[in-house]
Design a protein around this ligand. Sequence first.
Ligand code: GDP
Ligand code: ZN
Length: 463
Amino acid sequence: MRDYLCEDTIAAIGTPIGRGAIGIVRISGKDSLRILQEMFRTKSGERKEHFDSRKMYYGVVVDSSGEPIDEVLTVYMRAPKTFTGEDIVEIHSHGGIVVVRKILREVLRRGARLAEPGEFTMRAFIHGKIDLVQAEAINELINATSEVSAKVALKHLEGELSKKIKLLRDKLLEAKAYIEAAVDFPEEEVEIIESGEVKRRIQEVLNGIEKLLSTYRDGRIIKEGIKVAIVGRPNVGKSSLLNAILQEERAIVTEVPGTTRDIIEETVTLEGVPIRLIDTAGIRESSDVVERIGIERSLRSIERADVILFVIDGSCGFTEEDLKVSEMLRGKENVILVLNKKDLGLKVKCGEVSDWRCVEISAKSGEGIKELATEIVNMVLLDPETVLKGDDVLITSERHRELLEKARDSLIKVVNSIEAGFESPEFLSMDIDAALNALGEIVGQVTTEDMLDIIFSRFCIGK
Ligand code: GDP
Ligand code: ZN
């Protein structure tokens, strides 16, 4: 069980593990100052009792036998105007991981406990410094793999999403006040509810919720990346295309080994959006055409894909085997037909073989790759222009989406009841409460410990 009462003083290394110019040990809690007093010595080797809040001090830290560990800059920040809302001490040292660890060990020896993942942020939340959406955004920001996703997370951290949720909640509270009036004055009950005031407000909240929900698709894509499957018969140039895109962008973020030996997945950033490319290459040689084009494996990645690149060798034209692949993709709208090997001269042109969007490229020379990238991004994002600017508030979290849907469903019930003509105000009130709770859970006005455990355990230690 986590320490939700924040009784312990916690500490962790607050900078990435490894070699850096400086390393920071962060301490939060009531013993922070005492620990600093015990460990810090001035240039002239004296112990120091008084530290001004938010002022940097230069000196050394010493271990329990009084031996200096390193020269440091240190700062004490007095509660409650700190990130966690508690006393915080930061010790900035020269950095080598050995030194930073040594300082941390000394801090722990003097009574602090190693912070659990997310514990600093959790304390900030518990002390009302940030709400839950903001707390989650810190993690989102740390894990952002592209410029746009970082921007979206920053909006959450700055409280833009929370503000919207709270406005909706306030409006809903107004509607509830009307309904409560109806409970208190039964003789005017029908009049109050039918006056339209309740319904109008609830409808406004519903619209606001729908608007936020409509951003989830783009939000999820920005956060998780566009899943692109590259399919086609052997030798049309799938692997070459994958490499051409990687080269074009040069910004390989991660390399995820495929789930099977034959499927390769790589992530690149196109126009600030992460793209996860899945090459269904390396398909076994087999006399059976169906087997050769690896229908089963390809199907799986096709089903998971946001965009399917159907590659054919345009210099050969559209072959029997290409036809097999195209059968597999029939009815799908998220397909881009890629006519490869343009440098050899194309026997088929875009517009001649199918209704799918189509791009002519040469994986060898790089021609058309940029256009293909733009086509991918535009195909997937509902609102590419706004999203790519990163100025809008987007829902990116499954948790937020679920709660918004829950609130929406309760409010739809309310509207239906009002329209149907009769429902006792108590029942309306119950559904509104359900919606209020769902919205409250998003920002953490309503919480359960289980939920907090899940959310904060996703953090790295030291955050
Ligand atoms: P895959 O089996 O679909 O992954 O195809 P590969 O990427 O392995 O390519 C098959 C062959 O086609 C290789 O010899 C590539 O060099 C060649 N190739 C791929 N793309 C092009 C292209 O745009 N132009 C030319 N001339 N050759 C290409
Ligand atoms: Zn290949």
